[in-house]
Design a protein around this ligand. Structure first.
Ligand code: GDP
Ligand code: IMO
Ligand code: MG
Length: 421
């Protein structure tokens, strides 16, 4: 029996999961998304073309690999159709794409509910991508949702109408009015396309693959600090972004989990609201955003930028049981004379290594400063050839966390990767 390796983000998302999954795919037989939905934007680059995936696993460009959208994912048929059409123009083959019957469907009204809820929150809004994620997971947990397997049932339209009528009642409560007849038309058209895909009981299929000695990589979306339980609630997404989410989101027993790869950007970014202790609202932050092209792959919003946060990283490693880390974007730090790392927080004058419960707590980061390497590292392919200053930075993080980096990514392209494992 083989194991399932999990790859996930250890920060607030956008750590470079898409690129790394694409790089690791040749080592696996199956790639599976286990949670989240089209709030995700996973970029990968090769042959000078950048692709952004939202629902489809990042192994899709390897035609001989199986890609599975697991039960823990929420699917918007309209976004799925757009993705399929776009990938089709690059000749991508979908015969190995499998979709769980148990994945929940994002309805047009889920997207509008997201909007209505955000408007009602005013200044305390979450900063949602407005893809309908929260309302869809709410209906799942509330036992009202529609699942992909339902699209084949004769009373599908009736069940859709029942759910929409519940949503209409909520719109009335929020005095929210928007005509969604066009959205609905596009949605039902997209459902027809969805029907042509291989829709299966993916938990059986995945366990069959494992019994058959195949290797599986589970691809996380978002990041640990956006997890519904362990993120900075309520400024989180609505799914289990952590390693345990791979078990529930794919139907795999905890004992089957093998390696846990945690991706860490060499600094931090966050899109949307919520605490960000090391955020830099100054020229340094601006330079990070500009150099790192830190604009959302899904919404185009500028990402908030700041230095690496070790207490948060240690927390994420603890929650996920990370066995190996992967660093992305150290090349972006090449512009700086000095690089800082937050090693502790000061909360109410007290130094601590723990993330406070209160999301409104005033956190003052305690920094350690490192000398920058001030050189282009994009062409380096051997770890030994990296500048000493970067090796010192990496070694410090490894020592503090007790986990080593197996991969260092030095650019967005597939080829710009240093593999140590
Ligand atoms: P994901 O959501 O975790 O897949 O990450 P995103 O795709 O949203 O954001 C990561 C961004 O950084 C994308 O634009 C990637 O092309 C880019 N990227 C990934 N790794 C590297 C790297 O090592 N260096 C640089 N400069 N860019 C990278
Ligand atoms: P990937 O997979 C970064 C953030 C949103 C918002 C919060 C809730 O590309 O790393 P939601 O749409 O889920 O209601 O938004 O979570 N968020 C992400 N931030 N990367 C993502 O995905 C994200 N998906 C959601 O900005 O703060
Ligand atoms: Mg992203």
């Amino acid at each position: 029996m083989n194991t399932l390796d999990v790859l996930l983000g250890l920060q607030w998302g956008d750590e470079g999961k898409g690129k790394i999954v694409d790089v690791l795919t040749p080592k696996y037989n199956v790639i599976a998304r286990f949670q989240g939905g089209p709030n995700a934007g996973h970029s990968l680059e090769f042959n000078n073309i950048k692709h952004v995936l939202h629902t489809i696993p990042s192994g899709i460009f390897h035609p001989d690999k199986i890609n599975i959208i697991g039960n823990g994912v929420v699917i918007d048929p309209v976004i799925f159709k757009k993705e399929i059409e776009e990938l089709g123009t690059y000749g991508v083959n979908f015969s190995n794409l499998l979709i769980s019957k148990k994945a929940h469907l994002i309805l047009p009204t889920h997207r509008l509910l997201d909007k209505a809820f955000e408007i009602s929150k005013g200044d305390s809004k979450i900063g949602s991508t407005l893809k309908g994620i929260g309302p869809t997971y709410s209906d799942k947990v509330g036992r009202n949702g529609l699942r992909v397997g339902d699209i084949f049932t004769p009373d599908f339209r009736e069940r859709y109408d029942t759910l929409v009528s519940r949503h209409r009642e909520i719109f009335e409560m929020f005095h929210f009015q928007e005509d969604f007849s066009e959205m609905e038309k596009a949605w039902f058209e997209s459902v027809e396309l969805l029907k042509t895909f291989k829709i299966i009981n993916s938990e059986y299929e995945i366990n069959r693959y494992l019994s058959g000695n195949n290797s599986i990589l589970a691809e996380g979306a978002q990041g640990t600090l956006l997890d519904i339980d362990f993120g900075s609630y309520p400024f989180v997404t609505s799914s289990s972004t952590i390693c345990a989410g791979a078990c529930t989101g794919l139907g795999v027993a905890p004992s089957r989990i093998g390696k846990v790869f945690g991706i860490v950007k060499a600094y931090c970014t966050r899109v949307g609201s919520g605490p960000f202790p090391t955020e830099l609202n100054d020229a340094t932050g601006e330079l990070l955003r500009k150099t790192g092209a830190e604009f959302g792959a899904t919404t185009g919003r500028p990402r908030r930028c700041g230095w690496l946060d070790l207490p948060a990283l240690k927390f994420s490693i603890m929650i996920n049981g990370v066995s190996s880390m992967i660093m992305t974007k150290p090349d972006v730090l090449s512009v700086f004379d000095e690089i800082k790392v937050c090693v502790a927080y000061k909360v109410d004058g007290e130094e601590t290594g723990e993330i406070p419960y209160n999301v409104k707590a005033q956190i003052e980061p305690v920094y350690k400063t490192f000398k920058g390497w001030k050189q282009d590292i994009g062409k380096i392919r051997n770890f030994e050839d990296l500048p000493d200053e970067l090796k010192t930075y990496i070694a410090f993080i490894e020592k503090e966390t007790g986990v080593s980096f197996g991969i260092i990514s030095v650019g967005p392209d597939r080829s710009e990767t240093i593999v140590r494992i």
